[in-house]
Design a protein around this ligand. Structure first.
Ligand code: ADP
Ligand code: GLC
Length: 477
C-alpha cells in the first residue's frame, strides 16, 4: 500500500510529547512491513538533525483567500525505506522557536500554520507523484486533511485515497474564531454543528478530522470507550458515538530499539531482565546527576509535560507527606508555570530528597527511566501514555491511575508488573505509594515485578499490523 502519514511532530526531528514518538515509529513499522510510506511535517526552526535535510527540488503554493503561502519541500530519510517530507515556510514556521506557541501562549496564526500543513501535505504528495491509497492524519493540527481531501482535491488522483484520522488527545481541539472559515477559504456550508466544523460558534479543526474521515482511531481500546461518554468526550462524545462503528482503539507501541536497556547509548551501564546489576549503576549515576546523596532509599520519578492532564497537582498535594518516608524523588518536565513553581518550592524544602529539572531533555529522560525504582503517572486521563511502557521495559515499576491506555498496558494485582489506583484523590495516590514501599521492602517480589515488566513485548509490530488490517478493510470498501 501507499500511505501518506501527516503529523505536526515527528521524532527525532521534532517532539513535544508522545505524538512525535508515534509519528516517528509507526510509519517506520509500516515501512518495515513492506508498505510505501511518506511522512509529511513542518520544517520548524528548532529541528534536531536538521543537517540531514536535503531539497527535493519541488515546492508548493497554497492559495488562501487571505493571501497565498508557499515554500520548498525538503526531505530526509528516517530509515532506508522511509522518507520524511518537510514543508518549509519562513513566515509560518521558520521565523520563531516553538512548535505551537511560546511563553505568551499559542501562536495567533496557528489556523493558517496548520491549514498550510494539511493542504500542503496533499499538494506535496501530488508534486512528488506519490498517489496514496491511505492518507493518515493525526490530532487537530491535521484535522483539515480529510476536509481538504473531500473538497479541493476532489478532481485529483488523491480523491481515491481513504482517510484515517487518529485521536492522540481529544482535549486539544484547535478552536479558532469563525473568521478563519473565510481566511482559509473553507466553504461556509461546512460551518454546521451537526457533522460540520462548527463548535460553540467557533471553528474546531479536530472536529473536521472526526467528521470527515473514513475511519477514526485512537491510541488505546479503553480511551476509545471513554471518549464516547461526556466526561472524557470534551463536547465531541455525541459525534463519536454516532461514528462509533468507524472508531477503533489501537494501542501504541514503543520504539524497541530506542528504548532498549541492553543497548541504550544514553545509559552509564546496560542491563536486561536476567541481570539488573547495570540498573543499580544507573541509579547511582542518576542520584549523582541530580545532586542527591547515594543510598538504598527507593527512587520515585516522573518525566512529563507539566499539565492538568497529567495530574501533577495531585502529585504536588501528596509529595510533602510521601517525602516524610525515606524516599528520593527526581523528575524532569516543562509546562504550566504554577506546577513548575510548586515543584521548585518543594525541592527547596527537601534538598536532600528531591531534585527536579525544568526542561525537555530526551537523553536525561532515558537516564531517569533506567535509574528510578518507581515511575509515577497519576493522570486525570491518558489516551495511551508511553512512559509507563518505557518504565516497564527498564525494570522501573509504574504507579499509574487506572485510566485510558494506562489500564491497557499496566497490570496490577499481586502478580502484576505495576501499581494501579482508581480514584483521582490524594489518599488513593498515597496508598499506591505505600504499596510501592511495601514492594520495595520485599526484594524477591520486586524482582518478579521487574522481570515481568521487562519481558513484555510492546514493540510496534503488533499495532502496525492492526493499522495495516484497518487500511486493507478501507481499501476494500
Ligand atoms: P504525552 O504525549 O501526553 O505528553 P506520552 O507518555 O504519550 O504523553 O509521551 C510523552 C513523551 O514525551 C515521552 O517520550 C516522554 O519521554 C517525553 N517527554 C515528556 N516530557 C519530557 C521532558 N521534559 N524531557 C524529555 N522527554 C520528555
Ligand atoms: C497524546 C496523549 C498520550 C499518547 C500520545 C501518543 O499526547 O496524551 O497519552 O500516548 O498522544 O499517542
Amino acid at each position: 500500500m501507499k500511505i501518506l502519514f501527516i503529523s505536526s511532530e515527528v521524532a527525532p526531528f521534532s517532539k513535544t510529547g508522545g505524538l512525535g514518538d508515534v509519528a516517528g515509529a509507526l510509519p517506520a513499522a509500516l515501512a518495515a512491513l513492506g508498505h510505501d510510506v511518506k511522512v509529511v511535517t513542518p520544517r520548524y526552526r528548532e529541528l534536531r538533525d536538521a543537517a540531514r535535510l536535503t531539497p527535493t527540488g519541488q515546492s508548493l503554493t497554497v492559495r488562501f483567500p487571505a493571501g497565498e503561502a508557499s515554500g520548498p519541500i525538503l526531505s530526509a530519510r528516517l530509515s532506508a525505506h522511509l522518507e520524511v517530507l518537510f514543508l518549509e515556510n519562513e513566515f509560518l514556521y521558520g521565523n520563531r522557536d516553538g512548535l505551537y506557541g511560546d511563553a505568551w501562549g499559542e501562536f495567533g496564526d496557528n489556523a493558517r500554520r496548520f491549514g498550510y500543513l494539511s493542504v500542503g501535505a496533499l499538494q506535496a504528495a501530488q508534486r512528488l507523484g506519490f498517489v496514496p491509497d491511505i492518507i493518515h492524519a493525526n490530532d487537530w493540527q491535521t484535522g483539515l486533511v480529510p476536509v481538504a481531501l473531500q473538497r479541493g482535491f476532489r478532481a485529483t488522483p488523491l480523491a481515491h485515497a481513504k482517510s484515517v484520522f487518529t485521536i492522540h488527545n481529544l482535549a486539544y481541539q484547535g478552536h479558532f474564531p469563525k473568521s478563519v472559515m473565510g481566511e482559509l477559504g473553507l466553504p461556509w456550508e461546512l460551518y454546521t454543528a451537526e457533522g460540520g466544523l462548527e463548535f460553540y460558534d467557533q471553528v474546531n479543526f479536530l472536529k473536521g478530522g472526526l467528521a470527515f474521515s473514513d475511519a477514526l482511531t485512537t491510541v488505546s481500546p479503553t480511551y476509545a470507550r471513554e471518549i464516547q461518554a461526556p466526561e472524557q468526550g470534551y463536547g465531541l462524545d455525541g459525534l463519536l458515538r454516532r461514528r462509533s462503528h468507524r472508531l477503533h482503539g489501537i494501542l501504541n507501541g514503543i520504539d524497541a530499539h530506542e528504548w532498549d536497556p541492553q543497548a541504550d547509548p544514553f545509559l552509564p551501564a546496560r542491563f536486561g531482565p536476567h541481570d539488573l546489576t547495570g540498573k543499580a549503576a544507573c541509579k547511582r549515576e542518576l542520584l549523582k546527576r541530580f545532586g542527591l546523596p547515594d543510598g538504598d532509599a527507593p527512587v520515585f520519578a516522573i518525566v512529563s509535560r507539566l499539565a492538568w492532564q497529567k495530574g501533577m497537582d495531585l502529585l504536588l498535594d501528596v509529595l510533602p507527606t510521601a517525602l516524610q518516608a525515606d524516599i528520593r524523588f527526581v523528575g524532569i518536565g516543562t509546562g504550566e508555570g504554577p506546577l513548575e513553581e510548586g515543584l521548585k518550592a518543594l525541592q527547596a524544602r527537601h534538598p536532600k530528597q528531591m531534585a527536579f529539572h525544568i526542561g525537555f531533555d530526551p537523553a536525561l529522560s532515558h537516564q531517569v527511566e533506567a535509574g528510578a525504582d518507581f515511575f509515577l503517572m497519576p493522570s486525570r486521563y491518558e489516551p495511551c501514555g508511553l512512559n509507563q511502557m518505557y518504565s516497564l521495559r527498564y525494570g522501573t515499576v509504574p504507579i499509574v491511575r487506572a485510566t485510558g491506555g494506562l489500564v491497557d498496558t499496566v497490570e496490577g494485582g499481586l502478580d502484576g508488573n505495576g501499581i494501579l489506583f482508581e480514584t483521582f484523590h490524594p489518599a488513593a495516590l498515597l496508598a499506591a505509594i505505600r504499596r510501592a514501599l511495601a514492594l520495595y521492602a520485599d526484594p524477591p517480589r520486586l524482582g518478579e515485578f521487574r522481570r515481568r515488566g521487562m519481558e513484555k513485548d510492546f514493540s510496534w509490530d503488533a499495532s502496525a499490523r492492526k493499522y495495516e488490517a484497518l487500511y486493507a478493510d478501507l481499501m476494500a470498501e
